[in-house]
Structures are given as structure tokens and as C-alpha cells.
Ligand binder design. Structure first.
Ligand SMILES: C[S@@+](CC[C@H](N)C(=O)[O-])C[C@H]1O[C@@H](n2cnc3c(N)ncnc32)[C@H](O)[C@@H]1O
Length: 346
């Protein structure tokens, strides 16, 4: 598993493509971005066909280039138009729902997607290598099945706690920071009227995220908005969301402290941050040494992923009112076994 996994044929081909790309493009991210993740397709899992990507007005209004582009009247106009289109689609959806034909129900009380601070977006939303992004997105979508399977019991408990604490809210807004291919979709199953906002700088993740949402039955898609953005400059207003979910993302961000501060900023008072992150081992010095040694290579080849982060300490220092945090170790993922997870309360 992890860095020690033997490459499979498809994976070797993918790596070759990425290496070729990296030597010609000079992109900011590593050449073999998938290697640390358990990327070999599970024999029982059919290769996922990429679903078609809906390009709705909402998506246009909230897409990365526009959000990252600063104050531009054309952008504002299109964002506004997106809002109008969305309202129209919601009205249509409401009519459909009133006939009892659509389940689960869409969310209607939507959090506003805002332009992030332009300097922060410029500093942190850096240029990306599209080929590597596509490879990484596909690798995450199909290669983390075993990891997710092992993590599932603990993640299920965590999400269960989160959603039961949101039960009194008719339409909670939940922001998935670094949504990726949205493996967490299955934990939203059956939650009615959740307004889900996914934020990710890798635009190639969206089609897999939408696919995961559809597989988990999180339709209609109106309740899922996916926007380009980074955790260091979240495209959301202060005190505007009920929960933030951040799983396996703080290992990859440029600035973990700033990212957690941003998550806290956008949470309403009393809002919750659910986190699940692989970290530096706290119990095994030999493993910790290896994680530190291998981090530079890992950063280069796994989309900025650090094996040696002390993410628990970062969350602890972020000024949350209450923090329920657990350190646990998975069994089968070598350098990715040590994990911190929990819920922080603003
Ligand atoms: C290892 S994947 C995890 C994805 C998903 N949360 C999961 O649990 O599988 C890391 C994700 O973080 C995203 N990411 C990288 N840098 C980021 C940043 N600065 N802000 C937000 N997301 C980021 C990547 O594009 C990728 O989708």
C-alpha cells in the first residue's frame, strides 16, 4: 500500500504520461501524483466511465476562473444570472417535489457563494497542470476504494454524530473543503434538504464528485454546488455555513493554519468542522522518521501531499470552542495509517 504499492499496468501507463507531461510543462505539481494512494483498481470494481459534466448556469457563475479573477462586472453579472437560473430551477424543482416524485428533497435555503479575497486567491490558487489533475482525479476516484472501506466504520460514526447534531436544522449548509471525488457522499445518504457546497482547486474532480453523489442518491443535483477554490481563500461569507467537512485535504494544502482559520471563519457560531486527516505517527518513531524522509518525494508526486503534518496540533491551536479529537491508526495503508479525526465546534 501507499508508496510501496506495486504499480499495475494502467497505473504505469498513467505515470508515464504524467512524467512526459511534467518534463514538458514545468507544472507546479509533481510528476507521479498518484503513487502514494492505493491507486490500483479493485478487481471487483469496474472502471468508472466518466459521467458527462453538466455545465449549468450556476456552475458558470461560480467557476474557478471567475471566482479567482477579482472584481469584474462581467463576472458579477454572470454570477447574478447564475442565481436567477438557479432560482428558476428551484421553482421548477419545488413544483416537481410537490407532486411527490422527487426524493431526497433539494435544499432551498442556500448559502451564498462569494468571491474570495483576491490577494489570497492569487497567492494560494496557483496554476495547475491539467494532465496531472485529470490523472489524480481518476486515481482518487477509483484507487481509494480499499482505504475508504477500512476507514468506513469510524467515518460513519463521525458523520452520524455530525448529522444528528444538525437534525434540528431544516436545510443545513455543509461545505466539503477539498471535495475531491466526494467519497463522503455515501454518508449524506438519506439526509434531506442538505445544501452541499464542494470546494476544490482541481476542476477534474467535479465529474467524479457528481458521479459519487448520484450513486449515493444525492439527487436532485440542485443541492450540490461544486466551485473551484482553495481552503486558504474559501469562496464563502463569514459565519454562513453550519458544517465544514475536511477529509484528507489538509495534507495537501499550501497553508494548513490559514486553511483551518478559513474553515472557522465561514462557520456560523456553534458550527462544526468534521475532519479526518492522515498525519505524522505519534506512536511509532521509525514510521515517523520514514514519513519525514519520504515527504519531499511525496509532495512532488502526490499533488502536494505531506506525510509528516501535525494536523491535530493545527486544529487544536485554531481557537475552536470545543474539540473532540481522536488519534487512530488504520492497518493497511503504511505511511497513511496514522490519522486524526473528530469534530471541532466554533
Ligand atoms: C487526497 S484528496 C482528498 C479528497 C477527498 N476529500 C477525500 O476524502 O477523498 C485531496 C483533495 O484536496 C484538494 N486540494 C489540494 N489543495 C487544496 C487547497 N489548497 N484547498 C482545497 N482543496 C485542495 C485536491 O484537489 C484533492 O481533491
Amino acid at each position: 500500500m501507499g508508496l510501496d504499492s506495486p504499480p499495475k499496468t494502467w497505473y504505469a501507463t498513467a505515470m508515464l504520461l504524467m512524467l512526459l507531461q511534467s518534463t514538458t510543462s514545468g507544472g507546479p505539481r509533481g510528476a507521479d501524483a498518484l503513487s502514494s494512494y492505493n491507486c490500483s483498481p479493485s478487481p471487483s470494481l469496474p472502471w468508472r466511465a466518466a459521467p458527462s459534466l453538466p455545465r449549468s448556469a450556476v456552475r458558470m457563475a461560480a467557476s474557478g476562473k471567475e471566482l479567482g479573477g477579482g472584481a469584474d462586472p462581467e463576472v458579477d453579472r454572470r454570477r447574478w444570472l447564475g442565481g436567477v437560473a438557479r432560482t428558476a430551477s428551484l421553482v421548477g424543482g419545488a413544483a416537481a417535489c410537490s407532486t411527490g416524485c422527487c426524493s431526497p428533497r433539494a435544499a432551498y435555503g442556500l448559502a451564498t457563494i462569494a468571491l474570495p479575497a483576491p490577494e489570497a486567491a492569487a497567492a494560494y490558487d496557483v496554476a495547475r497542470n491539467q494532465v496531472q489533475d485529470a490523472m489524480f482525479a481518476q486515481g482518487m476516484a477509483i484507487g481509494m476504494v480499499d482505504y475508504e472501506r477500512e476507514a468506513a466504520p469510524a467515518k460513519k460514526r463521525l458523520f452520524g454524530r455530525l448529522f444528528s447534531s444538525l437534525e434540528d436544522l431544516a436545510e443545513p449548509t455543509v461545505v466539503e473543503v477539498g471535495m475531491g471525488s466526494f467519497p463522503n457522499a455515501l454518508y449524506y445518504k438519506g439526509r434531506k434538504g442538505v445544501d452541499i457546497v464542494g470546494v476544490d482547486p482541481n476542476d477534474r474532480m467535479e465529474m467524479y464528485a457528481r458521479d459519487s453523489a448520484a450513486r449515493a442518491g444525492l439527487v436532485p443535483a440542485d443541492s450540490l454546488r461544486i466551485v473551484h477554490g482553495v481552503s486558504e481563500a474559501l469562496p464563502l461569507e463569514d459565519n454562513s455555513v453550519d458544517a465544514v467537512v475536511c477529509t484528507l485535504t489538509l495534507c495537501s494544502v499550501l497553508d494548513p493554519e490559514r486553511s483551518v482559520a478559513e474553515m472557522r471563519r465561514v462557520l456560523k457560531p456553534g458550527g462544526r468542522l468534521l475532519f479526518w486527516e492522515h498525519v505524522l505517527s505519534q506512536t511509532n518513531p521509525a514510521l515517523a522518521r520514514r514519513q519525514i524522509e519520504l515527504t519531499p518525494a511525496q509532495v512532488r508526486r502526490a499533488d502536494g501531499c505531506h506525510l509528516d503534518r501535525r494536523t491535530g496540533e493545527v486544529i487544536h491551536a485554531a481557537g475552536f470552542k470545543k474539540l473532540d479529537m481522536e488519534y487512530l491508526e488504520l492497518k493497511n495503508f503504511a505511511l497513511l495509517n496514522p490519522t486524526v479525526c473528530g469534530i471541532a465546534y466554533k
